[in-house]
Design a protein around this ligand. Sequence first.
Ligand code: FAD
Length: 448
Amino acid sequence: MATTVTRELRPGDVGYEEARHAWNGAFDRRPAVIRQPESAAQVADAIAFGRQEGLAIAVRGGGHSVAGHSTVDDGLLIDLSSLRSVQVDPATRRVRVGGGALLGDVDRATQKHGLVVPAGHVSHTGVGGLTLGGGFGWLMRRFGLTIDSLVSAEVVNADGEILRASAESEPELFWGLRGGGGNFGVVTEFEFAAHELGPEVGVAFVLYPLEAAADVVLGVNAATAEAPDQVTSFATFMTVPPAPDFPPELHGRKVVAVIAVYAGDSAEAELHLRPFRELGPILLDGTGPMPYLALQTMIDPSAPHGLHYYTRSHFLEGVDAIAQPLADAFDEVTSPLSLLLLGWAGGAVAEVPSTATPYWHRDARCFAWVVSAAPPHEPQEVHHAWVNKVSVAALPTARGVYVNAIANEGSERVRAAYGGNWDRLLAVKRRYDPENVFRLNQNISAPS
Ligand code: FAD
C-alpha cells in the first residue's frame, strides 16, 4: 500500500545538489528525480512512480558503489538514507538494520551491548550494498562474511510487494540476496545474528618499507596459514600520509601496512599476532589492544568522499608468483592517495560451501584490490594506467572477482564473480525481477 512521499528532490531544489553526489566523484550524474523514502511502503510507491514514468531506477544504500551504480543521469534515484535505524535485541542477539544504514551506525549500536555484526573496513560504507555483495572485513576468518550472519531481509520487489526473505520464507530470494547484489528488489531492513566481541580487540599494525614488500607479503601469507581463525590479516601498499598519526620522517614514504586483527580472548592476542611483526625491518609498530569502534574507523580517512576513484580487483590462488611483481608495479604509483590492498580469506569464509550463497569464490586464498584516488582536477588517465598495470601484475594467480569490487568491466566479469552459481542466480532474477527493473547494478541477466 502506497503512502505519501515525504521527500522528493528535483534539479534546482534545495538539497538536490548534495543528494545527487555519491562517494565516487568520478560519476557526476544528475537524476531527474530523487526520492528519499522513510518506509517500505514509500519505497514501493517510488518504484511504482519510476516504472510509470519510464525512468531508469538507481538504488542507493551508502552510496559507495565503486562502479557508480547508485547514481543515474535523468532517471530516478531511490536514496535510502532516511532508513538508517538500528535496533539491537541483546537477549536474542538479533539486530534489525535499515536498508540505508552505514556500517558505523551498526557498530555503534551493537557495541553498546558487547556485540558485533561482521562487516567492512570503512565506517561510512553502506550496509546495503556491502551485505548484498557478500561483505568481508576485519573479522571474516572468525565470523565469516556479512551474509553469513544475515538471518532475514525485508524486500520490496519490482511490483511493490513487501516480502520477508529468510531460510523459511521465500528461500530462493534469501539465497539470491546473499551475494546477488541489488538485482531482486530494494531491501528496506536486514536482520542479522550478532556475535559477542569487544569492547577491545587485539590489533597488529606494522609499517614495513616497500623495498621489503615481497618478503612481507609472503610472510603474511605464511603467518596467516599458521594462525587460528581468530586472526584476519591484510597488507596494504600505500604512501604514508602527512597525518599526525605518523612520524614526520615517514610522510610521503611508500610502505606496506600490515594489519592483523585477533578476534578473541585478548590475553592470547599478543602471541598470535607476533608473527605479523617479524616480517622485515619495521618502520612503525602500533600493535596493541584497540577499541573495536576505533578499529572500525581507523582507515576512514584513506577513502574520503568526492575524489575520483578507479579500481581493479581479483581473487587470488596464492601470492608466491606475484609478490615481487606487485611490489614493482606499486612502486610506480602515480598518486599518494592510491592503494593496493591484499586480504587473506580462509577460516570461516571457506567453511561455507560455495553454493550455499551466490558468493562463489569462498575458497580463494586471498584477493587483491588496487584503487587509484586523485582529486577531480587531475587528468585521470595516468592513474587508470597505473591501476591496470598493477592489475596485470596480479593476473598469473587471479581467478574471478568480488562482485562489489567490479568497476564497469562488462557482463563477463559479473559472471566471473559467480562461477557455478550463475544459472541459479539467473533463475532467481527471472522469478523476482523478470522485467529487469533493477538493472543499474552488477546486473544478472541473460543475453537476449
Ligand atoms: P551503494 O552505492 O549505495 O549501493 C551499491 C549497489 O548496491 C546499488 O547500486 C544497489 O544496486 C545496491 N544496494 C545498496 N543498498 C541496497 C538496498 N538497501 N537494497 C537493494 N539494493 C541496494 N566491501 C567489503 O566487502 N568490505 C570492505 O571492507 C569494503 N570496504 C570498502 C571501502 C570503501 C571506501 C568503498 C568505496 C567500498 C568498500 N567495499 C567493501 C565495497 C562495498 O561493499 C561496495 O562498494 C558496496 O556496494 C557499497 O555499498 P553501499 O550501500 O555503500 O553502496
